[in-house]
Design a protein around this ligand. Structure first.
Ligand SMILES: [Zn+2]
Length: 248
């Protein structure tokens, strides 16, 4: 079984990419991905657009039960009440399983005071936070999550891309400092994945591809690593299943 914990649907205004429902499902079928956790795209600042993006993910999840799950994706610069109401709607009504913070795309590092309410909402709703790390430093530097992870020790924090090669050592430092940090390995160098599994154990490492054109590459990476079959299974789906509470 494989769970891709990080994929995007919709129109991206920041990175100027477009990904459709058909493309997502086709890539899953072609690569034997059983489950994908879908998040929105970036640059949407109007609440109605953000709601539409979330509804679109929810529709695909309804059409593909237990195959597609949703992740909240919205700028923290919305009014507090709007952010809270939409986050609650996503979890309680749409069944979403996590929240995304992209420090570069949102222009907001985890150290920014605006993100405190994001973590508070994750804590209240019982969902993990995924934070993009790597490109976009210093906002996206892995060290930026450390104080929030200590402030909210019961909110699992998934570091997308594990610092993306150049900041891998900093991602490892964050994982050492905070037991609630999990390392997601899209765009992560193979030897860093091996290092992370040896250092932290595979229960804190999870597979993801981030991009539909990157799915086969990420699977190939894991299949070529000198790790045990059990560790591979753990990273391919068990860690994401536990962290996001998917119930498999
Ligand atoms: Zn992404």
């Amino acid at each position: 079984m494989i769970i891709d914990a990080h994929a995007h649907l919709g129109v991206d205004l920041v990175f100027e990419e477009v990904r459709s429902e058909a493309e997502i499902m086709a890539v899953m079928d072609a690569n034997n991905i059983n489950v994908t956790i879908l998040q929105g795209m970036y640059g949407h600042i109007y609440l109605d657009e953000i709601e539409d993006n979330h509804n679109r993910i929810a529709r695909l999840a309804r059409e593909n039960p237990k195959r597609i799950f949703g992740m909240i994706t919205m700028t923290p610069y919305l009014h507090d009440g709007d952010f809270y109401d939409e986050a609650k709607r996503c979890v309680k009504e749409l069944g979403f399983v996590g929240m995304k913070l992209h420090p570069m795309a949102f222009g907001c590092s985890p150290e920014n005071s605006r993100t405190e309410m994001m973590w508070k909402i994750c804590e209240e709703l019982g969902i993990p936070m995924m934070v993009h790390t790597g490109t976009g430093a210093p906002l996206s530097a892995p060290s930026q999550v450390v104080r929030r992870c200590k402030q909210f020790p019961y909110v699992p924090c998934v570091l997308a891309h594990s610092g993306m090669l150049i900041y891998a050592d900093e991602a490892f430092l964050a994982a050492h400092e905070c037991p609630n940090v999990y390392l997601e390995t899209s765009w992560t160098a193979p030897h860093h994945i091996v290092h992370a599994i040896k250092t932290f154990g595979s229960k804190r490492i999870l597979f993801a591809a981030d991009e539909i054109t990157n799915v086969a590459t990420e699977i190939g990476k894991y299949n070529s690593l000198p790790i045990s079959g059990e560790d591979r299974e753990q990273c391919f789906w068990q860690t994401a299943n536990t962290v996001f509470g998917l119930g498999f």
